[in-house]
Every structure is written in C-alpha cells, then in structure tokens.
Design a protein around this ligand. Structure first.
Ligand SMILES: Cc1cc2nc3c(=O)[nH]c(=O)nc-3n(C[C@H](O)[C@H](O)[C@H](O)COP(=O)(O)O)c2cc1C
Length: 189
C-alpha cells in the first residue's frame, strides 16, 4: 500500500487537531493558506455570496474564529438577518480542504473599539470608508478611507460543524460536530 504523506489524516482525533493547528497558524502567519479564508453568507433572498477575509483569531477550546470588518458592509447587515456563515480554506501543502459552518455574532462597542485602537498603524485602512463599502461611485477613486472606531466590527464565528477532506493516496473525509462534542465521523469523500 502507498504510504500516506500525512499520517494525521488517517485518525479522526489527529485530523481534527490538524484543522485547528492550521487555523491558529493562519492568525499569526501571513503566508499560511488559513490566513485568507473565504467567508460565505446568504442575502435576504437566499443568494450565496463569498469573499476573502483575514482570519484574526482562532480558538480551539471555544471553537470560535474572529474576522474584522466594516460595520457598514453588506455582509454585516446580511449576517444580522441570517446569522449563519460558512468558511472555506484549501491548504494545498497539507492537501486539506477545510469547510466550516458557523453561527455569527457581530461585536461592536467599547470592547471592539479597544481592539480597533490596538490596530492603529497596523491596518487602519481596513475599517471605515465614505461612502460605505459596496455603494456606487462615479469614478474608481471617489471614496475616502476614514479609520473610524464606529465602523469597526468583529465577526465572531461559533463553529458548529467542520468538514475536512484530505486528498492522499486514499482520500478521506470527516465531519466533526459541536453537538457531538467534536466527535468525528468518516464520510465518503
Ligand atoms: C486578501 C484580502 C483580504 C481581505 N480581508 C478582509 C477582511 O478581513 N475583512 C473584510 O471585511 N473584508 C476583507 N476583504 C475584502 C472583502 O473580500 C470584500 O471585498 C469586502 O469585505 C466587501 O464585501 P462585502 O460587503 O460583500 O463583504 C479582503 C479582501 C482581500 C482580497
């Protein structure tokens, strides 16, 4: 039998650990594939929309992730209405696709403002713009970036399910559920 390059993929507990190890790595390593997951949510009329984001926090014990965003962006309005999100990462080196389903909370106010203040100098451009993100403008540069704590929001994702697909000599796919205390089950890939 062909030896597996990633032996962790053959064990449910190790596979689950590997997913979180890589998510946590994405928070501090700008070059990690988990640094820039794709975040999807639905519009009020049920249409999926996906976008690239930066992963800002990942906590295995609470099963939570954080993303920073602009309070005025359409994703915030849509997530307030339908607080479910999906996150996707393809980690090519690990031959691992990570798909997460999560409930989403939007954090603003003093706690978020304190984090925003700590970001100044790091990524002040990211949050606060006039007009709001997604608004129509006459010319490409007819907008101003206005760093503003009132526009800063943290999306806190409470992961509910993890779907991990590993492409190896034998493909393996597993699902991990919060409701099952993250006990994994194998799925046909
Ligand atoms: C590499 C990259 C990183 C990004 N990171 C973020 C982010 O952390 N938060 C965010 O709100 N938008 C981020 N964006 C912009 C979003 O992809 C999106 O264009 C923006 O949030 C507005 O879209 P929306 O209102 O549909 O969410 C990033 C885009 C790229 C290309």
């Amino acid at each position: 039998m062909t030896p597996e390059v990633h032996p962790w993929a053959a064990d449910l507990t190790e596979l689950h650990m590997q997913v979180w190890t890589r998510l946590v790595r994405g928070v501090r390593d700008r070059r990690a594939p988990t640094r820039h997951p794709t975040l999807a949510k639905v519009t009020p009329d049920g249409k999926p929309q996906a976008r690239t984001v930066v992963l800002r926090a990942a906590n295995k014990s609470s099963g939570t992730l954080e993303i920073y965003t602009d309070l005025q962006s359409s994703k915030v309005a849509d997530l307030r209405r339908t607080p479910f999100a999906a996150l996707h990462v393809w980690d090519a080196a690990a031959r691992l696709q990570i798909r997460l389903e999560a409930t989403a909370a939007i954090l603003t106010g003093p706690g978020a403002a304190a984090i925003w203040a700590g970001l100044l100098g790091a990524s002040p451009q990211s949050h606060g713009s006039l007009p709001a993100p997604g608004q129509s403008i006459a010319q490409a540069l007819d907008y101003a970036k206005q760093p503003n704590p009132a526009s800063f929001a943290i999306l806190r994702l409470k992961v509910q399910t993890i779907d991990a697909l590993h492409l190896g000599a034998h493909h393996r796919r597993a699902r991990f559920d919060r409701d099952a205390r993250w006990a994994g089950t194998w799925l046909a890939p």
